[in-house]
Design a protein around this ligand. Structure first.
Ligand SMILES: Cc1cc2nc3c(=O)[nH]c(=O)nc-3n(C[C@H](O)[C@H](O)[C@H](O)COP(=O)(O)O)c2cc1C
Length: 483
């Protein structure tokens, strides 16, 4: 792995062996100092938010949601970053089965939170070092609240490429400033309900192309929410203020797409992804954390300014991710087998995974007072703990945030820390079926490796669908497997 990374030009520290608790850096607690005093988080594993497209129509968690969350609870990770994206308004849902927190569903969230803590306590003997957040979202451009196949986008501004890619009419008005005031109130109300339900913090989601993230790049939007950095971060500041007003003492975290890129399209000939040609539209003004003259490259100047802003607002928890799974999945979820609405990765997926860690390192160095979770870990597969413990030891990140691995192998953290051994049959191989399911109107889950999903009818349907998306054999992802 180290050699393969080096050949690609990435120099990441990596340990030879998996260390167990208490000698592993991943087993060391973290003290977080924030408004309400100090909080101790028991180890360095975090569970990333992982939506299942399986909530009830009224927004309550279903039996499937519960199963996923309770597996997170007994994973061994001590930081639960948000569970999954939870909409703050009905029209803000990304699909008709997205969770939605409101007066009528709050009791189910409270029950889920209590059961979560109980399951964790039963497995690990204590819960006072467990930190649980709830991720609050408005799906913005990717809203589909009524029908999985009918987009009902709510946009900050017209994006020349995404409008075209997702068939948005130029006549659709961007969300109005008045409407934003209602959205801000809804986030405040959801924060209040999350606090009552027992969550320790809320994540005010600013990633993956959803509304909060889109506002950070609203360069061309007129009025108080667009243009300069001050205006583009106004919504974020108002969301923080609303959450603090409505839920005093509740902590806040922000999951942030730290850099972006030009949306990619699939080459119909060879299935390869390539960024849309924007050479005639430079400087590129439709991405946050991009180099406007070479917009396929990150520029972290504003990302660092945003971290300073968050720090000045007394926000301590930040979770670094990138771009959006809707138009650049290779940056967000590096995978050997791309999702069926995606493309063959334009780079070795290991590059995407390494970039996320390197960027987190650079950001952590500029805001050492903040507690960082880094993303995109699943592609490291068997080597995840070897890298995780080295990166935490050397201060690249505070937490190793696990996404897809949590679906195939939820007790990965416990196995790594308790046994120093992993079960190779349960390691996520980034088959992307957890994304393929939802992209084809089905629930998410690890169809290849979790016996519970393997035997469901959706697993068979997915096999057929994938055959239709076969890629040319000389470009199989197997050619990209790290040695
Ligand atoms: C099925 C699926 C659901 C996801 N749901 C969410 C979500 O609700 N909120 C969020 O911020 N990210 C979500 N993500 C992104 C993950 O949290 C994570 O950033 C991504 O999978 C990369 O990490 P990994 O390499 O460990 O999988 C989801 C990803 C997948 C594959």
């Amino acid at each position: 792995m180290a050699e393969h990374l080096n050949r690609l030009g990435w120099c990441l520290p990596i340990d030879e062996q998996i260390l167990t608790s208490p000698s592993s850096p991943l087993s060391q607690p973290v003290e977080i100092t924030w408004q309400g005093g100090n909080r101790r988080v028991g180890n360095r594993f975090a569970v990333q938010p992982m939506e299942g497209w399986d909530g009830e129509a009224d927004g309550r968690p279903s039996a499937l949601t519960r199963r996923r969350w309770l597996r997170f609870a007994t994973s061994g990770a001590k930081l639960i970053w948000g569970g999954e994206a939870v909409a703050v308004l009905p029209e803000a849902r990304a699909n008709p089965n997205q969770l939605w927190l409101n007066d009528r569903t709050a009791a189910s969230f409270e029950a889920l939170c209590k059961d979560f803590v109980k399951a964790h306590r039963e497995r690990f003997g204590q819960e006072n070092d467990l930190l649980i957040g709830l991720q609050l979202t408005h799906s913005g451009r990717f809203c589909r609240p009524h029908d999985k196949n009918r987009p009902e986008p709510i946009i900050a501004y017209h994006h020349p490429i995404l409008d075209m890619k997702f068939g948005l009419s130029p006549d659709q008005p961007p969300v109005s400033d008045q409407e934003l005031a209602r959205i801000v109130r809804a986030f405040g109300e959801a924060a209040r309900l999350a606090q009552t339900a027992g969550f320790d913090f809320v994540d005010l989601k600013h990633c993956h192309g959803y509304l909060g993230h889109e506002f950070l790049s609203a360069f061309d939007r007129p009025g108080p929410y667009g243009g300069d950095f001050e205006n583009r971060t106004r919504l974020l500041r108002e969301l923080v203020a609303a959450a603090r007003d409505a839920a005093p003492g509740l902590e806040i975290g922000v999951r942030l797409s730290a850099y972006d890129t030009v949306p990619l399209m699939k080459d119909p000939e060879n299935g390869q992804g390539h960024p849309v040609d924007v050479s005639a539209h430079l400087p590129y003004r439709w991405g946050f954390g991009v180099n406007q003259l070479e917009p396929t490259l990150p520029d972290l100047t504003e990302t660092k300014a945003l971290l300073r802003l968050l720090s000045s607002l007394d926000i301590r928890l930040v979770n670094i991710t990138a771009s959006s799974p809707y138009y650049a999945p290779h940056l967000t979820r590096p995978a050997l087998f791309p999702p069926c609405d995606g493309y063959l990765p334009p780079e070795d997926p290991l590059e995407g995974a390494a970039r996320l860690q390197s960027v987190t390192r650079e950001l952590k160095a500029t805001a050492p007072e903040m507690v960082f979770v880094s993303s995109g870990w699943s592609y490291f597969q068997n080597f995840l703990p070897h890298l995780g413990q080295a990166l935490v030891r050397e201060g690249w990140t505070d937490f190793v945030g696990l996404g897809r691995m949590m679906l195939s192998y939820p007790d990965f953290p416990a196995d790594a820390l308790e046994k120093g051994r992993l079960d190779p049959k349960r390691i996520c191989r980034t088959f992307s079926d957890c994304t393929n399911g939802p992209r084809n109107g089905m629930i998410s889950g690890c169809y290849p490796l979790d016996p519970f999903y393997k035997t469901r009818p959706e697993a068979e349907k997915l096999k057929t669908i994938k055959l239709r998306h076969m890629i040319p054999s000389d470009r199989t992802p197997a050619n990209l497997i790290p040695s």
